[in-house]
Design a protein around this ligand. Structure first.
Ligand code: HEC
Ligand code: HEC
Length: 322
């Protein structure tokens, strides 16, 4: 139920509405009162005596019956409506109808229809669900509606939002890990270490991070950065910097970057930290939809392998063509 109006406001609305309806009835009575009876054939109609522009006069005819009838009908309609439906202050109406109630019952019906539609496959293990075409068609729509705003309609992500089609995972890539990521959400927090390291310290450790993925940087910065890394970073990113899926700490040795991998972006990450949140979706979508989505994300990885296969076949065809 809606919370309703404060009593003062409710009484005002009731009084205002009733007075308006009574006002309408009074208007009908007042306009039909004292009007002359319709003139008979040949008889001169009575005039009100109002004159405009010297010769424009007004007949004192009664309101047409059909017009009065409509007026009375609209009053009856208003009173019936206000008795059945909410409209009079906080009075809910004898039918007990509410917008929220209607929305909830439609929602329940849609949910029931959905459960019916997916009943034949929803209990399959996630790996098999990922290979079920019908399930994946439904899941693709769910992804477009619930996930694409952050991860992109092709699920390839963007700065700050991970690509879900590769086989690089912050929080692990097993069916179970992916299910957990979606159902309960994840929060990746990289602390701001600018004040601890100082300007030069940040430069040095950033240089070391670049060197981990095979890029060049001043050798003395890399050496100094390595010492900082072992002291400050290895607890989360691991001594070999290959990351830790239990904390969502990324592998820093590959060329996959969540927040950008150039010197400026890495510096910025270390200086000011990063805080990324994947919202928990089980409370929003329910168990079945989360399972479908987890299977869909799994299928994206499988499909990117398929794409890779296609791409190399194409490359081969190209070779042959030349
Ligand atoms: C509000 C934005 C947002 C929405 C909506 C969102 N995600 Fe995410 N998701 C993120 C962010 C940010 C991360 C990375 C969290 C981190 O950095 O640790 C993430 C991480 C993930 C991961 C883990 C990736 C990994 O590498 O381990 C999966 C799986 C995932 N999302 C799937 C989904 C699915 C499926 C949906 C739709 C139900 C969805 N996300 C909706 C923002 C979002
Ligand atoms: C408390 C654990 C923790 C510590 C300590 C920590 N990190 Fe991180 N780091 C993380 C997490 C978690 C993320 C992922 C943030 C996100 O999901 O947005 C991250 C992200 C990063 C990234 C961004 C990677 C990308 O793909 O864009 C870099 C670079 C990085 N850390 C470097 C460092 C360095 C260098 C240090 C030490 C000076 C350090 N981190 C210390 C947990 C930590």
């Amino acid at each position: 139920m809606s919370p309703g109006f404060p009593p003062g406001v409710a009484i005002f609305i009731v009084a205002f509405t009733i007075l308006n309806i009574l006002g309408c009835l009074w208007l009908i009575w007042w306009t039909s009162r004292g009007a002359a009876p319709a003139p008979q054939a040949g008889e001169k109609a009575e005039k009100t005596g109002h004159v405009w522009d010297g010769d424009l006069e007004e007949y004192n005819n009664p309101m047409p019956r059909w017009w009065l009838g409509l007026f009375v009908l609209s009053v009856i309609f208003a009173l019936t409506y206000l008795a059945l439906y909410p409209g009079l202050g906080n009075f809910p109406g004898v039918k007990g109808w509410s917008q929220v109630g209607q929305w909830e019952s439609q929602n329940r019906a849609a949910q029931a229809a959905f459960e019916q539609q997916i009943a034949s496959f929803i209990d399959l293990p996630l790996e098999q669900l990922a290979r079920n075409d019908e399930a994946m068609r439904t899941a693709r729509n769910l992804f477009a509606a619930n996930c694409s705003t952050c991860h992109g309609s092709d699920a390839r992500g963007a700065r700050g939002f991970p690509n879900l089609t590769d086989d690089d995972w912050l929080w692990g890539g097993t069916a179970d890990d992916i299910y957990q990521s979606i159902a309960s959400g994840r929060r990746g927090t990289m602390p701001a270490l600018g004040t601890v390291l100082g300007e030069q310290g940040v430069n040095e450790v950033a240089a070391y991070v670049l060197s981990l993925s095979g890029r060049t940087a001043p050798q003395d910065w890399i050496e100094a950065g390595k010492a900082h890394f072992q002291a400050l970073c290895s607890a989360c990113h691991g001594p070999d910097a290959r990351g830790n899926p239990a904390l969502g700490a990324p592998d820093l040795t590959d060329d996959v970057w969540l927040h950008g991998g150039d010197f400026a972006a890495v510096r910025e990450t270390i200086q000011n930290g990063r805080d990324s949140e994947m919202p928990a979706h089980a409370p929003l979508l329910g168990e079945s939809k989360v399972r479908l989505l987890a299977a869909y994300v799994l299928s994206l990885g499988q499909r990117s392998d398929a794409f890779a296969g296609l791409a190399s076949e194409e490359a081969n065809t190209d070779e042959r063509n030349h």
